[in-house]
Design a protein around this ligand. Structure first.
Ligand code: 6PG
Length: 252
């Protein structure tokens, strides 16, 4: 594993990405809980983080490493489907991790993506965040850690190229129409994701190499490569990429 500036860690493979991510998370949670009562963790969906969730739940060396009673779980985005749907990010995290660790039910803050109206589901989640973080109107939640993935098109969360949500600066959560998927996707907005102490990207596979090069080394074109929007405010940004995903990086 090579670690080079700025906080881009090149891992051998996906398994090493998961190991590194687990190590970062365990350390961050322990350190944060020395001075805070709770830790707010935003999960990402898709396939890349599944192995991390399983590791955190099942690896014997990590048993007892996380004080799950004090961890509150959120999602960066969700598909507009019921929680039991195969595509549900909640379902993936629940099966891989949340059903196996001692996180209290009331600490799990999932999108009510089963609501027929996607805009209502987004507004409901926004309200949940406002209540949990005790926010005044117009304020953003401050997350302790946000996990993110990146699509081969440079999207992150459900901030897809050319979609309306990319230009949202006031809302915390929106229902974002994604034409290519012909559906609304529920997503935290860029300002909401950026209001975090720590953002950790997990990117694996050669199909991500071109997008990763564009995002990290290309022209600033966030409409085309939305992951470029992620710049935590007074927070740390770390990319964990495997060699295949980092293959086209010139400067890193
Ligand atoms: C989702 C994720 C999305 C994901 C990327 C990468 O809901 O799918 O939030 O942003 O992180 O699409 O997905 P993979 O990890 O499956 O490549």
């Amino acid at each position: 594993m090579r670690s080079i500036n700025p906080e881009i860690i090149i891992c051998k493979n996906l398994e090493e990405i998961h190991r590194n991510a687990a190590e970062v998370l365990v350390g961050l949670i322990a350190k944060t809980l020395l001075t805070q009562e709770v830790f707010s963790l935003v999960l990402s969906g898709g396939s890349t983080p599944k192995g991390l969730y399983k590791l955190l739940a099942e690896d014997v060396s990590l048993q007892g490493a996380i004080d799950w009673e004090k961890v509150h779980i959120f999602w960066g985005d969700e598909r507009h489907v019921v929680p039991k749907h195969p595509e549900s990010n909640y379902r993936m995290a629940h099966e891989a991790m949340l059903s196996k660790v001692a996180v209290p039910e009331e600490n799990i803050h999932r999108f009510k993506a089963e609501l027929a109206d996607a805009h209502e589901a987004a507004a409901d989640y926004e309200k949940e965040l406002q209540v949990f973080f005790g926010l005044k109107p117009g304020a953003f939640p401050r997350f302790d850690c946000v996990l993110l993935g990146m699509g081969a098109d440079g999207h992150t969360a459900s901030l897809f190229p050319g979609t309306e949500a990319l230009r949202e600066h006031k809302r915390i959560v929106v229902a974002n129409w994604v034409e290519k998927a012909h559906t609304h996707r529920l997503t935290l907005t860029a300002p909401a994701l950026n209001n975090s102490d720590f953002v950790l990207f997990l990117v694996s596979g050669k199909d991500k190499a071109e997008a990763l090069r564009q995002v990290l080394e290309g022209e600033k074109e966030p409409e085309r490569f939305p992951a470029q929007l992620i710049k935590p405010v007074d927070g740390k940004l770390v990319w964990l990429a495997d060699k295949a995903a980092a293959a086209k990086l010139l400067r890193h």
